[in-house]
Ligand binder design. Structure first.
Ligand SMILES: CC(C)(COP(=O)(O)OP(=O)(O)OC[C@H]1O[C@@H](n2cnc3c(N)ncnc32)[C@H](O)[C@@H]1OP(=O)(O)O)[C@@H](O)C(=O)NCCC(=O)NCCS
Length: 175
């Protein structure tokens, strides 16, 4: 059934009763349930840093999740966040919902004191939000480097490129 995209939607934090609707959105967006299981596991493991939904007319149409990610440097570790997954119901894609979820989440992450976000995805999409492949070039990751991107959430960049090994939440497995 075709469905015209909604013009008005709200972005808000996830409530426990949203879970089954979130599963539907993610399964439809990814055409499978791997990411549904990923989200369920991240939540169960308490590895979620921020999770938001987009809602229109009491229906969830988009979802975004940031989980804890550690960057291991020499004998030290510092905290970052990993954006994954991001999903918008197919009937509502290309209406700015993904954009709104990312922008709102970035603002909230800054308020929560987060400084660094990493994403694995299409640079053509995530580049619009300040994610950059070159800034992630010195990171050791289990995933393909051409899709790995880093964003400094606060103003300004450090004087040296961030180096270190990425340690994802255990729900991601070994990559
Ligand atoms: C990726 C996704 C979240 C974008 O959400 P959305 O609400 O449709 O995005 P927006 O409306 O904010 O932006 C749409 C723009 O992004 C572009 N875009 C969407 N997916 C893209 C991709 N994989 N690569 C490049 N550009 C992409 C569209 O072409 C469109 O471009 P335009 O503005 O020049 O027309 C959505 O398409 C989706 O759920 N896809 C399936 C799941 C997925 O791949 N998630 C991301 C990986 S975790």
């Amino acid at each position: 059934m075709s469905h015209s995209p909604v013009k008005r939607f709200d972005i808000r934090p996830v409530r426990e009763q949203d879970r089954s609707q979130i599963d539907v959105v993610i399964a439809a967006a990814f055409n499978g349930t791997d990411e549904v299981a990923l989200v369920r596991e991240l939540v169960a493991d308490n590895d979620v840093v921020l999770e938001l939904v987009a809602e229109a007319e009491d229906t969830i149409i988009g979802h975004i999740l940031f989980s804890r990610l550690w960057i291991e440097q020499d004998h030290d570790c510092f905290a970052a966040v990993a954006l994954a997954p991001l999903a918008v119901l197919p009937a509502h894609q290309r209406a700015g919902i993904g954009h709104a979820l990312i922008e709102e989440a970035h603002q909230l992450l800054v308020q929560q004191g987060e400084g660094l976000s990493i994403v694995l995805g299409e640079p053509a999409y995530y580049g619009r939000f300040g994610y950059n492949v070159a800034d992630a070039a010195q990171l050791e990751s289990p995933y393909p480097a051409q899709y790995l991107q880093l964003k400094y959430l606060t103003e300004g960049k450090p004087c040296a490129i961030i180096q270190g090994k990425l340690i994802y939440a255990s729900a991601f497995g070994e990559g």
